[in-house]
Design a protein around this ligand. Structure first.
Ligand SMILES: [Cu+2]
Length: 512
């Protein structure tokens, strides 16, 4: 592989979240170090040569993050976050989605190419408390690190903040042949990066911390662990990193400026490995990296930081020498020709705080904003009209497809953006050109993944249609149904119902 080592974060420094008026700096954890929690792999209910059956339960629980009182949390088959779900490419997957929470939720498969709007699990696929629903799909996409999270608009941010986020691994035969570590919990580990503020009695209080530009807290949680360490027992370690925070960007680097190798991005393994000393992730982005500890000896400690705050301490133990070299080329990325005659689709993300919009509109569940034919390949130009000073990076996310990044303001994308992506950070004043193709018909959302921005209306939806069925009709969720349900579930009158995103509409004099 190339010896070139990149030593910058690529994104525009003046737009880093550290410059926000509302920025909440991370604080170094004061509690004793604890072993990093590694969410176990979820056991299938049943497995045959062709089919796999899972049950995913959204449940309430209590989690011991800090000494003293446990924190009330939500999770998937777990008190918080979730067990890790594995899908094999080509297998027919059946999932029972059970809601044991006190309120409605949805199960969104972020990064999976599955049909919308129901299997995809966005806002149109509510599962009510005490109820369950069934989905099934066959995946035709490469091995990747994706995730499951709640997506009931405009309550997504609060539910994810409560803990509804789990890692999902897609496996295939191409990845299986590459010389990567893949021993779960030993040399292949998740790092789900989140931040929270602990209030009285160690509880989270989403409403108290509410900020329309994104909720932050001073305490970093890695896989739900405060101040974790991990015992390194192999020379090479594969980290599957997910920015699972509502708003926070993570600027990652190791002590000693240890270089590491990125092998994967959102949609799977990258065409070529990229060596870095710094890596910035915006909300919902993933990166798979391999860290080589060959220069360390037993007893050494290597620390992963975000900015200047330690996140995870890797305690080096005895390990066997590993001479594995990564090939220059890892996987092929399809580069389909743009369908002749299609204009470039323009998408504009504008505003901050309550004023956030896409194409001058706030999201409406019953409105279809755009159409694209299944199989067509089209350029999309995603523009962030914020100004550099006082603006912010908006992570643009699409459901139902993995796109490729073509250019940033006409220049090459960042060196680690040559693989499939479903989320791309757009700097203020920048236009990012992406190439988009839908393989499956359906209604799909696209939005900023600062979750308070999507709840606040920086979201739209597109119909991917076929010539055989150009105008499919879907039963779409609506605000009255949503509010009626939440009002009953919470036992509060409709006019006293609070959801963060509602304020953004109200302050703009708009109806949801
Ligand atoms: Cu945004």
């Amino acid at each position: 592989m190339s010896d070139k080592v990149y030593t910058d974060y690529f994104f525009d420094e003046p737009a880093f979240n550290t410059h926000d008026g509302g920025y909440v700096p991370l604080e170094e954890a004061k509690v004793p170090q604890q072993p990093l929690n590694v969410p176990p792999l979820l056991k299938p209910d049943k497995e045959t040569a062709t089919d796999t059956y899972y049950t995913v339960v959204a449940q309430t629980g209590e989690t011991q993050f800090l000494p003293g009182a446990k924190t009330k949390t939500w999770g998937y088959n777990n008190s918080v976050l979730g067990q890790t779900i594995v899908f094999e490419k080509g297998k027919h997957i059946h999932v029972t989605l059970k809601n044991e929470l006190p309120e409605l939720t949805t199960f969104h498969w972020h990064g999976l190419n599955v049909i919308g709007p129901y299997v995809d699990g966005g806002c149109h696929a509510p599962v009510y408390p005490g109820k369950s629903s069934q989905i099934d799909f066959t995946l035709d996409q490469p091995a990747a690190t994706v995730w499951l999270h709640a997506h009931p608009c405009p309550e997504t941010a609060a539910q994810v903040y409560h803990g509804l986020a789990a890692m999902v691994l897609v496996k295939d035969e191409v990845e299986a042949k590459l010389p990567f570590p893949r021993n779960w919990g030993i040399d292949d580990i998740p790092l789900i990066l989140q931040d929270r503020r602990f209030h009285e009695n160690n509880q989270w209080d989403y409403r108290a911390d509410y900020d329309p530009d994104g909720v932050q807290g001073p305490t970093a949680l890695i896989n739900g662990t405060v101040n974790p360490y991990f015992d390194v027992t192999t020379q090479r370690l594969r980290l599957r990193i997910l920015d699972g925070a509502n708003r926070r960007e993570w600027r990652l680097h190791f002590s000693d400026d240890l270089a590491f190798t990125q092998i994967g991005s959102d949609g799977g393994i990258m065409p070529a490995p990229v060596k870095l000393t710094k890596l910035m992730l915006t909300c919902a982005e993933r990166a798979e990296v391999i860290v080589d500890f060959s220069q360390y000896k037993p007893g050494d400690e290597v620390t992963l930081y975000s900015d200047d705050v330690p996140l995870v301490r890797f305690r080096v133990h005895q390990f066997a020498t590993d001479e594995t070299q990564l090939p220059e080329h890892l996987v092929d990325i399809a580069d389909p020709t743009v369908t002749p005659g299609l204009p470039v689709r323009k998408v504009v993300m504008s505003g901050m705080d309550e004023e956030v919009m896409i194409d001058g509109k706030k999201f409406a569940m019953q409105r279809i904003d755009a159409r694209q034919k299944v199989g067509d390949v089209q350029y999309w130009d995603i523009t962030n009209t914020n100004t550099m000073n006082g603006g912010m990076v908006h992570p643009f996310h699409m459901h139902g497809t993995q796109f490729t990044v073509i250019s940033r303001n006409g220049h090459e994308p960042y060196p680690n953006e040559h693989g499939y992506k479903d989320t791309v950070g757009v700097n203020p004043g920048e236009t990012v050109r992406i190439k988009v193709k839908f393989d499956l018909p359906g209604l799909y959302m696209y939005h900023c993944h600062i979750i308070e921005h999507e709840d606040g209306g920086m979201m739209a939806q597109i119909l991917a249609y076929t010539a055989a069925d150009p105008n499919p009709s879907y039963k779409l969720m609506d605000m009255d149904t949503m509010m009626q349900a939440l009002s009953e579930e919470r036992g509060v009158p409709m006019d006293q119902l609070w959801m963060g995103g509602m304020e953004s509409y109200a302050k703009m004099g708009m109806k949801m």
